[in-house]
Design a protein around this ligand. Structure first.
Ligand SMILES: Nc1ncnc2c1ncn2[C@@H]1O[C@H](COP(=O)(O)OP(=O)(O)OP(=O)(O)O)[C@@H](O)[C@H]1O
Ligand SMILES: [Mg+2]
Length: 375
């Protein structure tokens, strides 16, 4: 694997060296995969689901082959078929044997194969007759079932299937995959309510069909050691206190930790001070300011006021309580509930349970939260 120019990765996966912790999650996913137990990962955005999947797939033992598909850009079953077929031909060697049989099948669907101009990775476009995509997806799974190596298929942004115009996609998919023995799945997604609907609602086909794995934040001490080690390896001195300040500011939210560390690493000489990171943090907020102002235009005044109040509260437990409403001059609890609902739907805020299983609300984008705090 190529060495990154900066040890703090903000996109992609560069191997274990640049990947912090997730040992328990990795172990449990690997155990599930090698025992044929399909697993669902649900977590908030930018916490490290995709990274974890990449990490686990890279660690699968010999005798396993993995196929990773991100279906976020797909809008219907035909596109799902295209993405799946592309992922298959990019993961399975097709010159001879069973790989060739799969390739011949895909070729029989008369695909147009194009090559990504940047990466050179082939992409398959198959134009099937209306309503026929499921049949072909099913055939691909059946071919993979006969493949001599065990197969793990990771479907990232799985909640996207709920946006397809075809009805009951989940019911169909569940029945298509439920008897597979050679193929195990990782379903991963971030729009929490949609993923919860798919997997935790007793009336839905995927209910209790997979093992569930929640991913939370990386432990502060472990992340701190990881950060210090990478600075030190590059002859840059950073104290634990400063790293702790950075972790506190980024709320240990993986993407933001990586982003801030990346910037600080890039600009710093061999000694990092509090001023170094604060300046970078300030620049990050400045870069986003126009976008944040646009959000303000897109929200109602009340929604914006509530968003600001939640940002200032950090982790807010009862936004419609009398105290919170009065303190932040938010009008009445019922308007707060309406705005809260709108902000959740727009994914400006998210809700989650703390370690005591108490429900709280938080601004989704850490940079927006920090910016709002200063308004
Ligand atoms: N354990 C880790 N150690 C170091 N960096 C990580 C780790 N996990 C994820 N990252 C990095 O953090 C960023 C966000 O992670 P990732 O894309 O995996 O999150 P995600 O939960 O899939 O987000 P989204 O919901 O937006 O798809 C990426 O740049 C990734 O490289
Ligand atoms: Mg992801």
């Amino acid at each position: 694997m190529k060495k990154p120019v900066n040890p703090f990765i903000t996109a992609g996966y560069y191997g274990v060296r640049y990947f912090c912790d997730r040992e328990t999650e990795t172990k449990s996913l690997l155990q599930n995969m090698t025992n044929g137990l399909s697993t669902t990962l649900i977590a908030i955005r930018r916490i490290g689901k995709t990274g974890l999947i990449r990490h686990v797939l890279a660690k699968l033992p010999a005798g396993y082959t993995s196929i990773y598909v991100d279906i976020l850009p797909t809008e219907n079953m035909n596109e799902f078929l295209n993405f799946l077929a592309s992922a298959v031909i990019n993961s399975i060697p097709q010159k001879t044997g069973p790989g060739k049989i799969i390739m011949d099948f895909i070729k029989s669907l008369r695909p147009v194969i194009t090559y990504d101009p940047l990466t050179g990775i082939p992409q398959v476009t198959i134009d099937v007759r209306k309503g026929e995509a499921p049949k072909h997806i099913d055939s691909i799974f059946k071919h993979l079932e006969k493949y001599p190596k065990r197969i793990v298929i990771a479907i990232d942004e799985f909640q996207q299937i709920l946006e397809y115009p075809e009805k009951n996609t989940d019911a169909w998919l569940r029945s298509s995959i439920q008897n597979l023995k050679n193929v195990t799945f990782i379903f991963s997604g971030s729009r929490q309510h949609l993923m919860d609907d798919l997997f935790s609602d007793p009336s839905r086909p995927f209910y209790r069909s997979t093992s569930l794995l929640n991913i939370g934040k990386i432990k502060s001490e472990i992340y701190a050691s990881f950060i210090i080690r990478h600075f030190k390896n590059n002859d840059k001195k950073i104290s634990r206190e400063i790293v702790e300040e950075m972790l506190e500011w980024t709320d240990i939210h993986t993407y933001y930790v990586q982003l801030l560390c990346n910037k600080v690493f890039a600009v710093s000489g061999n000694h990092i001070t509090s001023e170094t990171w604060k300046e970078e943090a300030h620049k990050l907020l400045e870069e986003q300011e126009l976008l944040f102002l646009k959000y303000r235009d897109l929200l109602t005044t009340h929604q914006w006021q509530l968003l600001k109040a939640i940002a200032r509260g950090g982790q807010v437990y009862s936004p419609s309580s009398k105290d919170f409403v009065t303190e932040n001059a938010l009008g009445s609890p019922s308007t707060v509930l309406r705005s809260l609902d709108a902000l959740l739907k727009k994914q400006m805020i998210y809700s989650d349970y703390d370690s005591d299983k108490k429900l709280f609300y938080k601004v989704y984008d850490l940079l927006l939260r920090r910016w709002l705090e200063n308004q």
